[in-house]
Design a protein around this ligand. Structure first.
Ligand SMILES: C[S@@+](CC[C@H](N)C(=O)[O-])C[C@H]1O[C@@H](n2cnc3c(N)ncnc32)[C@H](O)[C@@H]1O
Length: 238
């Protein structure tokens, strides 16, 4: 049975879902990915290489898992996480407090209409967000608008392994086990049923690369990680 909402209800559905799972979100992520998710995020930040003193942006930041790494790279610069689900950012606030950095901030806002002027950021990241937006091309176009010339974007998202055996194992795990992990550790089976279903409906890595190009990004390329279960796409604003 599908739990995917109709497109016109998707944004509201997504916001409500993440508000509900916010307190257990990080815990479920670590368990569900066997602790690999933080390594993938570090790799994403390496790809965009925020310059010292520069400004970086994480779109759909959730609990702000990218922000400590972005802040570490830009040191006395600025790291901003934008999201439209307030409880996710509230759950992540202790991470920013622990940084003790005045230069990391959460901002409420929509990825499809970012609340920043043109050419503001030197580096842009986004992780596990594009599956949830109603218009992927528009989200990448907004990132392109707020990027300075020379800035890089990197996008971490789920993918479906190409090897048929791994693909089958991945499907059994993702569709059979993950919802139960979500129920046990996050208290919400439905949200973790949405996850594999939204992943199935998500464009292939090649198609996602095309959408980035159509949104204005140049030198778009991607690499697969986690036996092909996730992809990191990168692009540059020239
Ligand atoms: C799966 S979480 C990912 C959080 C974080 N990026 C990470 O790596 O863990 C997806 C996040 O995207 C946010 N999101 C989805 N659509 C959005 C939109 N249109 N504008 C802003 N945030 C959005 C959700 O609120 C949620 O916090």
């Amino acid at each position: 049975m599908t739990v995917l909402p109709p497109i016109e209800e998707k944004a509201r559905y997504v916001e409500r879902m993440f508000a509900q799972i916010a307190p257990g979100y990080d815990r479920v992520n670590r368990v569900m990915t066997f602790g690999l998710d933080q390594g993938w995020r570090r790799r994403v930040v390496e790809y965009v290489a925020p310059p010292v003193g520069g400004r970086s942006l994480d779109v759909g930041t959730g609990t702000g898992d990218f922000l400590p790494e972005l802040a570490a790279w830009s040191r006395d610069g600025l790291a901003v996480g934008v999201d439209f689900t307030l409880p996710m950012m509230v759950a992540g606030q202790p991470k920013l407090d622990a940084l003790g950095a005045r230069s990391s901030h959460f901002v409420g806002g929509d990825a499809l209409c970012l609340p920043f002027p043109d050419q503001t950021f030197d580096a842009i990241t986004t992780g596990f967000v594009m599956r949830n937006v109603t218009d992927i091309r528009q989200a990448f176009a907004e990132m392109h608008r707020v990027a300075r010339p020379g800035a890089m974007v990197a996008c971490l998202e789920v993918a479906r392994p190409r090897n048929p055996v791994i693909r089958l194992g991945h499907r059994l795990y993702f569709e059979g086990v993950v919802p139960w992990i979500g129920q046990l550790l996050g208290g919400d089976r439905r949200a973790y049923t949405y996850l594999p279903q939204s992943a199935r409906a998500f464009p292939s890595p090649d198609r996602l690369a095309d959408l980035m190009r159509e949104a204005g990004w140049n030198y778009v390329a991607y690499r697969l990680y986690g036996l092909g279960a996730v992809a990191i796409h990168v692009g540059a604003k020239t």
